[in-house]
Structure formats: C-alpha cells, structure tokens
Design a binder for this molecule. Structure first.
Ligand code: AP5
Ligand code: MG
Length: 200
C-alpha cells in the first residue's frame, strides 16, 4: 500500500491534482471537504452542523473528521493506497491518522506540499466562486479567514511530518500538467524507496 497526503493551502490545487493522481496510481481519494459537502447536500444532521462552521471558514471539530476518515479506511480495505486531500489539518488529526494507519499495518509514504503565493490563491478562489457554488468561496473575508486558519492550525501538520522525513515541497504555480509531472516523479521516487525497504 502507498498512502499520500496532498498538502497545501486553500486553492493550492489539491483537488485538481488529486483527480489526476488517483487515476494514474489507482488510489482511493479521501477529501474531508468533499465528504462534508456531500453530507451538506444530503442535509444530514452532521452536514447541517458542519455547514455553519465551513461558511465561517473555520475547521470542523477534530473528532468529527477523524471519525469520517476512520470509517472510510474501514470501508475501503484492500485498495492500492489512499490519497488524503484536505486532511489532516491539525496536529491532532495527523496523530490520529498515523495511529489509524498503523493499526492497518501501513503508514504515510509521502506528504506532497504545494506552495502557491497568497495573492494567487485568492485570485483562484475568486475565479472558482463563479462556478463552484461553494459558499465559502463567495466572500473574500471568508477566503482570508481560511488562509489564516491554515497558517495557524494546518502548517504545524507539515512540521509533524517533517520530523518523519516525509515532506516534499513543490511549487504549485504553472501549468496543471507540469505540476502533475513533478508530483508523479516524487511519488515514484518514494514508492521505489518503500519497495526497497520492504524487500530488505
Ligand atoms: P476543503 O474542501 O478541504 O477546501 P480547502 O482546503 O480550503 O481547499 P480547496 O478545495 O478550496 O482548494 P484545493 O487546494 O483543493 O484547490 P483546487 O484544486 O480546487 O475544505 C473546506 C472546508 O471544509 C474547510 O474550510 C473546513 O471548514 C472543512 N474541512 C475540510 N476538511 C477538514 C478537516 N480535515 N478538518 C476540519 N475541517 C475540515 O483549485 C482551486 C482553483 O484553482 C480551481 O478553480 C482550479 O481549477 C484552479 N487551479 C488549480 N490548479 C491550478 C493551476 N496550476 N493554475 C491555475 N489555476 C489552478
Ligand atoms: Mg479541494
């Protein structure tokens, strides 16, 4: 199994690149944002509570998203690997994920961190707001709040995985295909490293 975290601020291209990576490597895409938006669309009690928080650009409680990931891992046993997008977003989520994966005798293979300048992120979100229907894209104050929360709560997740020597930083600006190529190169390098370690 090879598991990837696609890491980066709102608008950095996690969703865009995830679609391409899951197809290329046969991974199961787990986006907590997408799961939450589907709960909202289905008007579940969880979705209704989450919507109030997401519309403010704040984070849904750790227990809620960890529970969602835990059941998704149970539901998709036997896949080639997972691609985590928008999760983990706090150190507590990262620690919980590490535990859940280790119970399944696996771990994170690589954390790919997309780096995009703040003004480019805002420009992308403003543009996406025209078509996404996402209420958290519609207002620039909410976009800025999401970025603030990212810097405060989510950047420490990279520090957590840097200690495990798992973080690869990549420029997330430029053509989508070019970024996809760079991500693929890093994934294949780490997959090969894992293969060699398993054979030792
Ligand atoms: P979530 O859905 O995870 O959103 P996000 O992290 O804010 O990121 P986005 O989905 O906005 O951006 P992305 O990086 O996927 O970029 P994309 O590919 O779309 O979270 C939403 C909310 O849910 C959170 O605020 C929180 O409330 C809650 N939540 C979710 N997970 C949680 C968790 N684990 N814990 C607690 N709460 C959680 O690209 C953006 C745009 O740019 C698109 O229009 C795209 O076409 C364009 N684009 C992509 N690549 C390029 C490129 N190379 N050049 C130009 N444009 C590009
Ligand atoms: Mg996304």
């Amino acid at each position: 199994m090879f598991n990837i975290i696609l890491f980066g601020p709102p608008g950095s291209g996690k969703g865009t690149q995830s679609e391409k990576l899951i197809e290329k490597y046969g991974l199961k895409h787990l986006s907590t944002g997408d799961i939450l938006r589907s709960e909202i669309a289905n008007q579940t009690p969880l979705g209704m509570e989450a919507k109030k928080i997401m519309d403010k650009g704040q984070l849904v409680p750790d227990e809620v998203v960890i529970g969602m990931i835990s059941s998704a891992l149970d539901k998709h046993k036997g896949v080639n690997g997972f691609l985590f997008d928008g999760f983990p977003r706090t150190t507590a989520q990262a620690e919980a994920l590490d535990k859940l994966l280790s119970l399944n005798r696996t771990s994170i293979g690589v954390v790919l961190a997309l780096q995009v300048p703040e003004e480019e992120l805002i420009a992308r979100l403003v543009n996406r707001a025209k078509t996404s229907g996402r209420s958290d894209d519609a207002d620039e104050n909410i976009q800025r709040k999401r970025l603030e929360v990212y810097h405060r709560d989510t950047v420490p997740v990279a520090t957590h995985y840097r200690k495990q020597d798992k973080v690869v930083e990549l420029k997330g600006v430029g053509a989508i295909e070019e970024i996809f190529g760079k991500l693929s190169t890093e994934i294949e390098k780490r997959m090969e490293m894992q293969r060699q370690m398993e054979n030792e």
